[in-house]
Design a binder for this molecule. Structure first.
Ligand SMILES: [Zn+2]
Length: 470
């Protein structure tokens, strides 16, 4: 039996070796970004540090999960530049990848922004030749996995500096003809991302997604050694640098369609365009703004055809400026015009009046409602303020201003209807106020009879008076 097992093992190893020789394979080097102790006055080695996390450690968890996952596929050799917390230069990482015959180098990172307002997942690739072609196509497959898993696409980008590719790792990779990509999984310093990626489970999950993207790009299968692998398409090889978008969004204009000051709701339409890249965020600021103003609490742009409508919530009763900012995926941004928000007085009166009416109904227990002041207030406001302001005379006037006959006709119809509504409202209000007045007289009488009562149910008493005393 033992001999049998040994024989089988030898056979498997032999067959495995033959297969490895015969089958095509791809070599992936995974690079957990950063690592080691920080140099004085530098946080390069720790990477982003927020919410008690060091990016270098988070990177390592994701990278190791990616390593484990990818190792389960056939036709692939997987290496990792570091599996402990140690410092490596960018050159050392690329040199190591070259030394093991890497086809691609994939660097694992998490993000942070100066103003802590950005969120989403992005991938950087070389801007040049085959390194762009392979890097970009591979990045698309990884991004697909991320987005399917609910992450926000902050896109796949190039970034060019004075010496070529802006990021040192990508630049060294390109110099060595090694397609190199940097995966920025999400922002550790922004709640919108952080809430989802604040635990080890989430960091490992990203590693699995990264491995799945790589496997899909090369057409790999788990536990299967295939006779041929991908990619399905020859990677692009652009003859010129693929430049990032370098221009801000244009035509950024804010229009306030309606301001309900008592609720602090601003119904707005925001216009913005970008021919070269996708719009990504927008945000608002109240008060005075200048170039240094930080637009925090950004929202995802989901406008169509350069136009986005929505409702922005601010402090009820706010009076002052409102300004919007729109960002594209390259974080280039343009500020809108400022709109002056003025609280709507009619609406505020309406709210106050409703409050008085509510008082009458719900606080009937309170004796003070029977003071003369209240009678006066309730009597007047109920008739004048309660329902009449709902006839929108401005809208009718605007409708008449418009020249089309049908509009004018319908606005006259509107006027007649408004008149009828107003007349009925006044009639109802008079009836109600007469009822209140008589009911108040009865209450006074009753109170005199019963002395001071702490609890006084308005509705009950009203019925009693009505049925017993009339
Ligand atoms: Zn990093």
């Amino acid at each position: 039996m033992i001999f049998g097992l040994m024989f089988m093992t030898v056979l498997f190893v032999a067959v495995g070796c033959v297969n490895t020789y015969a089958a095509p394979s791809v070599t992936i080097v995974i690079d957990p970004g950063h690592g080691g102790e920080n140099e004085p006055n530098s946080e390069t080695n720790s990477g982003a540090r927020y919410n008690g996390l060091d990016e270098k450690n988070v990177n390592l968890v994701t990278a190791q999960a990616m390593y484990d996952e990818l190792s389960e596929y056939g036709n692939v050799n997987v290496y990792i530049t570091r599996d402990v917390d140690t410092a490596l230069t960018l050159e050392q990482r690329v040199d190591y990848a070259k030394s093991v015959g890497a086809d691609v180098l994939i660097s694992i990172h998490y993000n942070a922004s100066a103003d802590h307002n950005f969120f989403g997942s992005e991938i950087f690739t070389s801007a040049y030749g085959k390194c762009y072609g392979t890097g970009h196509a591979l990045a698309e497959k990884i991004m697909d996995e991320w987005v399917l898993d609910g992450n926000i696409r902050k896109d796949i980008k190039t970034r060019i500096g004075k010496k070529g590719d802006y990021y040192g790792l990508i630049r060294h990779g390109t110099e060595n003809n090694l397609p190199t990509i940097i995966l920025e999984h999400g922002y550790l310093d922004n709640d919108r991302d952080y809430q989802r990626i604040n635990n080890e489970e989430a960091w490992k999950r990203f590693g699995v997604l990264d491995a799945t993207g790589v496997a899909k790009y090369y057409g790999l299968e788990k536990y299967v050694v295939k006779e041929s692998i991908g990619p399905d398409k020859e990677p692009e090889e652009p003859s010129e640098a693929v430049r990032p978008d370098e221009s801000e969004p244009t035509g950024v204009r804010l229009e306030v369609d309606n301001y309900s000051s008592n609720k602090g709701n601003v119904d707005f339409t925001l216009y913005a365009y970008d021919d070269e890249s996708r719009l990504l965020y927008y945000g608002f600021k109240t008060g005075d703004v200048d170039d240094d103003t930080v637009f925090d609490e950004l929202e995802l742009w989901d406008g169509k055809g350069g136009k986005l409508t929505g409702t922005y919530h601010l402090q009820p009763g706010y009076e002052g400026k409102l300004t919007a900012m729109v960002y594209n995926v390259y974080q280039l941004h343009t500020m809108s015009n400022s709109v002056d928000l003025v609280p709507n007085e009619e609406e505020e009166d309406d709210e106050e009046d409703n409050a008085v009416v509510d008082d009458g109904e719900s606080q009937g227990e309170d004796d003070k409602m029977f003071t003369d002041d209240f009678q006066k207030e309730a009597g007047e406001d109920w008739i004048i303020g309660g329902d009449l302001p709902k006839v929108d005379t401005t809208a009718i006037a605007n409708a008449i201003d418009k020249n089309t006959e049908s509009t004018v006709k319908s606005s006259y119809t509107g006027l007649i209807i408004a008149g009828l509504v107003a007349a009925m409202t006044i009639a109802v209000a008079i009836v109600i106020s007469i009822s209140i007045a008589s009911q108040k007289r009865k209450k006074k009488k009753r109170r005199n009879r019963q002395g001071n009562r702490d609890v006084f149910d308005w509705a009950d008493d009203y019925d009693k008076d009505r049925w017993n005393n009339f």
